[in-house]
Design a protein around this ligand. Sequence first.
Ligand SMILES: NC(=O)c1ccc[n+]([C@@H]2O[C@H](COP(=O)([O-])OP(=O)(O)OC[C@H]3O[C@@H](n4cnc5c(N)ncnc54)[C@H](O)[C@@H]3O)[C@@H](O)[C@H]2O)c1
Length: 399
Amino acid sequence: MKVVLLENIHPLAAEAFRRAGFEVDARPGSLSEHELSDVLQGVSLLGIRSNTTITRNVLEAGKDLLAVGCFCIGTNQVDLGDAAERGVAVFNAPFSNTRSVVELVLAEILALARRLPEKTQRMHDGVWDKSAKGSHEIRGRTLGIVGYGNIGTQLSNVAEAVGLRVIFYDTADRLAHGNARRVATLEDLLAQADVVSLHVDGRPGNAGLFGADQFALMKPRSIFINASRGMVVDDAALRANILSGHLAGAAIDVFPIEPKAQGDPFESPLRGLDNVILTPHVGGSTEEAQLDIGDFVTGKLLGYLQNGTTALSVNFPEVLLPHLEGVTRLLLLHRNQPGAMAHVNSALADNGLNVEQQQLSTSGAMGYAVTDVRGPLTQAVVDQLRAMPEIVRVDVLPG
Ligand SMILES: NC(=O)c1ccc[n+]([C@@H]2O[C@H](COP(=O)([O-])OP(=O)(O)OC[C@H]3O[C@@H](n4cnc5c(N)ncnc54)[C@H](O)[C@@H]3O)[C@@H](O)[C@H]2O)c1
């Protein structure tokens, strides 16, 4: 089997695929739709990052594709629905850079509380300005986390370890970690927090979540951090609050409009402000995160090809069936309609095959069943299953 890895995916992925017996074609850049269509002939697995777009046309051309690995967090670049309908499973690495974001935010809280951006700039300008004014310890201060998901909860734990009191606000029910305390409304959080850090997801309703009204409710001389999504914050309102001195500082890693390519100019109303840290969307960009992403997504792709496991797939129903000795495993992707599995199971029984274990999961229009059978599985039986109108794809993993 052949795997194509694009966009400088961590070399450990290529090594793992070679060890598993794959022929590996690893390339540094992304490919256009047209180039991909040529390259994908005879390719079973494709690894991409965020700059390769997998359209309907690419999937149409990649007739042999079994799975796509997004070696990143986002999966917007893939037509997930079309991939599922064609029986192409898609995986990503949703948690691999969580810790990296948390460490950046912690560094920013400490740096802003001590006004380091300003102090280091003065020194580079040749000015010795030794003063304690406006510099604070963070011990005993209150951190307000908005969005208590993967990143928010991990920040909560790390922040408590350095002496911050943590409160959080989330629209969903979330278990409080450590001594963190949930507050009922965003307004409650803003009234109490010395540092407000946003970690909400990118659902459309979060556009413009934080503007002039929310900044006005923050405590005087508090600190604001956004490493979630650019569209969540009104940067012009943030600028006004820094200039007025209502906020003591801010750190922003994500922007409503971000430059597309390395070296492109960066425009923002936040440029040139004192005690404001601006970073080019690097919250999750560390060598450790890249390594973890390489390892995680490779594991998911191999788990799918070797065992049919779809746990954490972003477009397939999730199935994880334990390995059983001496059976043949059938991976059955089918339309989620009444009787689909009854037809499959009766065809297996009619052909003298005993179902030893089976796990079915459905999601929207698709169903996925991993079925271990004992008995003589002939090509004729596989062809019979493939000919069923409700079956999208059948793959066979020999015992
Ligand atoms: N800066 C970076 O490089 C970087 C890296 C990774 C992730 N991110 C971003 O960080 C954010 C958080 O990531 P995550 O993995 O923790 O996501 P997550 O889905 O695990 O958590 C998001 C949380 O926000 C909550 N939420 C959503 N809308 C809310 C609202 N309006 N008010 C309060 N709570 C709300 C959700 O209920 C959920 O608990 C995402 O937007 C992600 O894209 C940025």
